[in-house]
Ligand binder design. Structure first.
Ligand code: APR
Length: 251
């Protein structure tokens, strides 16, 4: 069945000058990557994510936390961008040829947007492909799966942790600034595949809405912002996004 996308949205979107896309775990779900909460399965079912994704958990038991991340890295390593990622890559490329703005703000840590070809990506929650030494702070890309030691160590022996934002931690200032700059100037804001409950991303819609940009949500389920946006499109990101960019831009 074709997703229902109203003509007035397609017409307005065609005229967009600066687009911000906020994405969440729902966009990667069709690539087979379990959402954060769904990732507590199998061996990991007895854990609470808040017991694994905190600096305190890493201090207490860095081996278990690393093994959980390694299990997730393994899933991400074999995952491929799905039609939602590919539609966003086509959209960025198309808008760039017309000197229109496009910024992708993602809460996902899997780098599938970059694998699809998106370039202007702000990783709000970091990425599990980069690990940072807890002693010297040096970050290094860690693509080998699985690790040889838990946790991996830096040359001088310091334990490395994933360069992701854990519960209770602040987002990087640079990522936040890039996000706020894009939000302050966009004329189209999309929230795609995110439950819209985790701050600060959950708040982005309220920070743009008063300025008057058009706002759209694409989600399989209703969320707290479904009634706030101008258009709420219920459906899978991998079906709705390709159809929307095809109708608006013929790509
Ligand atoms: N298409 C569109 N939406 C989908 C799809 C799909 N195929 N599959 C699931 N969804 C929706 C769900 O209905 C839900 O609203 O995606 C949303 C996923 O929500 P969360 O699991 O809460 O993910 P997210 O919003 O990215 O979480 C934000 O919280 O768990 C922490 O740090 C983690 O980055 C994560 C942050």
């Amino acid at each position: 069945m074709q997703p229902v996308i109203l003509d007035n949205l397609v017409g307005e979107f065609r005229e967009a000058r600066a687009v911000v896309m906020l994405t969440g775990a729902g966009v990667s779900a069709e690539s087979g990557i379990p959402t954060f909460r769904d990732a507590m399965e199998g061996l990991w079912a007895k854990y609470d994510p808040s017991q694994l994704a905190t600096p305190e958990a890493f201090d207490r038991d860095s081996e278990t936390v690393t093994r959980w991340y390694d299990w997730r890295r393994e899933k991400c390593a074999t995952a491929k961008p799905n039609p939602a990622h590919l539609a966003l890559a086509r959209l960025e490329e198309h808008l760039a040829t017309q000197e229109r703005g496009f910024t992708l703000l993602t809460q996902n840590v899997d780098r599938l947007h970059q694998a699809a070809g998106n370039r202007n990506v702000v990783e709000l929650h970091g990425t599990l492909w980069v690990w940072r030494c807890t002693r010297c702070g040096i970050e290094r890309e860690e693509r080998t799966v699985p690790f040889q030691e838990y946790p991996p160590r830096c040359a001088r022996g310091g334990a490395r942790r994933p360069a992701v934002v854990w519960f209770g931690e602040m987002l990087s200032e640079q990522a936040l600034k890039q996000a706020h700059d894009a939000l302050a100037t966009c004329d189209f804001f999309f929230s795609v595949g995110t439950s819209a409950v985790v701050e600060p991303a959950a708040n982005f819609i309220y920070s743009v809405r008063h300025r008057g940009p058009k706002t759209v949500e694409i989600n399989r389920d209703a969320t707290p912002i479904s009634r706030v946006v101008d258009w709420s499109l219920l459906g899978k990101a991998g079906e709705v996004l390709p159809e929307l960019v095809r109708r608006a831009f013929g790509i």
